[in-house]
Design a protein around this ligand. Structure first.
Ligand SMILES: *Cc1c(COP(=O)(O)O)cnc(C)c1O
Length: 431
């Protein structure tokens, strides 16, 4: 069977297909390393399911107050096992990653305390949570102050800067693992561990929280394995495995997690309430699939990097570097290229493939943004998706892919669109 026939029906030209296959041929060893990681993490997840005796009754969910919800309480133990923490809070009532992070901060800080971000400016949406950007209800309004230590020129932690900014009132250190949508590099768990060890050598009484979004199951270790008091993330990214329809988690020290539970519901009630309605099966099954889904997304990211660096575009990370999250940036320096790329990704989606993405004025951004997303779970970024602001350097941030064949097709289709629109010349394709 000529596999091209399948792609031909999807509108891919022979030369585009051949080019992609040549690139994939060079990635076999890399993909095998990614598969090894998925295997390791699959066993870690399965071990936790077995240890906590996940059973059919856990999948049912509860209504009303949700007292004695076996599935919810067991899932939290499973997360705590995976993250090697004392405890975890994993709830559908945590609406997204920003909410999980806000909850971890609001519940563990009191007036007079200070947050110190040591990985530079945190993720966009946290600016309003903290009050870096004026916002009603921010931590700043509650008397919680903020300071940050920018990263060094080479993207590493500025240890000198950190030690000079640690104050008596510094209560919590925030570290962001993934670059998110900035142009720095993501941190490895090992690098985070070294930074934590340094901080602990000066002050052992500060809480250390890691924004773990996009990092779960990419490496063998998680930040809580190297001394973080809390790892925080979203279930519509890696750990939800594409099936979780909502949710966030905080895994960490017992006291930190209990504080978060009391803030999420109310003092006195804490974690005892919180019905899980009908989502437990998806949270369990998604977690079970998360290591291989993350591996698919990683293969897609590496493939995209190799395709586009080969054609002369700047990519971050490049096709050979170690990966610490699932995000791939490609810089086009051309508006039309960014738009074509996103149209190609959108048209590759299983849902809304016929929709044509257009640049729009998204709230909170200072330029137009284009987004491609045709996902089963609205806004899910473990599913194939891409977005970028319409300004220099016209970078697109690409992530996700529930299966490797789908991630592969998405990238192939983006290339098809760039060729079709005359942005990449056919003569540059390797045939
Ligand atoms: C996605 C993300 C968040 C916020 O998560 P939302 O679910 O979009 O609110 C925070 N930090 C990082 C690094 C992220 O990638």
């Amino acid at each position: 069977m000529d596999r091209y026939e399948a792609y031909k029906d999807l509108g891919i030209d022979r030369d585009v297909y051949d080019h992609c296959e040549k690139v994939i041929g060079e990635l076999r060893e890399r993909f095998s390393q990614i598969d090894d990681m998925a295997e390791f993490n699959q066993m870690k997840v399965l071990d936790a399911f077995r240890k906590e005796q996940v059973q059919e009754a856990c999948l049912n969910g509860s209504s009303g107050y949700g007292y004695n919800d076996l599935g919810r309480d067991t899932l939290e133990k499973v997360y705590a096992d995976i993250f090697h923490t004392e405890d975890a809070l994993v709830r559908p009532q945590i609406t997204c990653g920003t909410h999980a992070l806000a909850l971890a901060l609001m519940s563990n800080l009191r007036p007079g305390d200070q947050i110190l971000s040591v990985s530079g400016r945190p993720y966009d949406t946290l600016e309003e949570v903290i009050g870096i950007r004026q916002s009603k209800g921010s931590l700043k309004e509650y008397g919680i102050s903020y300071d940050e230590v920018p990263l060094r020129e080479d993207g590493s932690f500025d240890l000198k800067g950190i030690s000079s900014k640690l104050r008596k009132e510094t209560k919590l250190i925030a570290i962001q693992r993934s670059k998110g949508y900035s142009d720095r590099r993501s941190f490895s768990v090992e690098q985070i561990g070294d930074c934590i060890a340094f901080i602990r050598s000066i002050r052992d009484d500060v809480l250390i929280m890691v924004d773990n979004c996009y990092g779960e199951f990419v490496e063998e270790k998680e930040p809580t394995d190297v001394g973080a008091d809390m790892a925080v993330g979203s279930l519509i990214k890696n750990p939800g495995g594409g099936l979780a329809p909502i949710g966030g988690y905080i895994a960490g020290k017992k006291e930190c997690v209990e504080n978060a539970a009391r803030r999420l519901t109310s003092p006195g009630l804490g974690r005892e309430v919180g019905a899980t309605l009908g989502v437990m099966r998806d949270l369990y099954q998604g977690l079970f699939l998360a290591p291989t889904v993350t591996a698919s997304a990683l293969k897609g990211a590496v493939f995209a990097a190799r395709i586009y660096e080969d054609l002369g575009f700047d990519v971050l990370p490049d096709g050979t570097e170690e990966r610490y999250d699932i995000i791939q940036a490609v810089t086009f320096h051309r508006e039309d290229a960014l738009i074509s790329f996103c149209k190609g990704i959108q048209s590759a989606a299983p849902v809304d493939s016929f929709v044509v993405p257009e640049p729009w004025d998204m709230p909170g951004y200072d330029s137009k943004v284009i987004m491609a997303a045709g996902s089963f779970v609205s806004g899910s970024s473990i599913e194939l998706s891409a977005d970028g602001p319409l300004r220099e350097p016209y970078s697109v941030y690409f992530q996700g892919g529930l299966t490797w064949p789908h991630a592969k097709f998405g990238i192939m289709n983006s290339l098809q669109f760039l060729v079709r629109d005359g942005i990449i010349d056919r003569s540059k394709l390797r045939c």
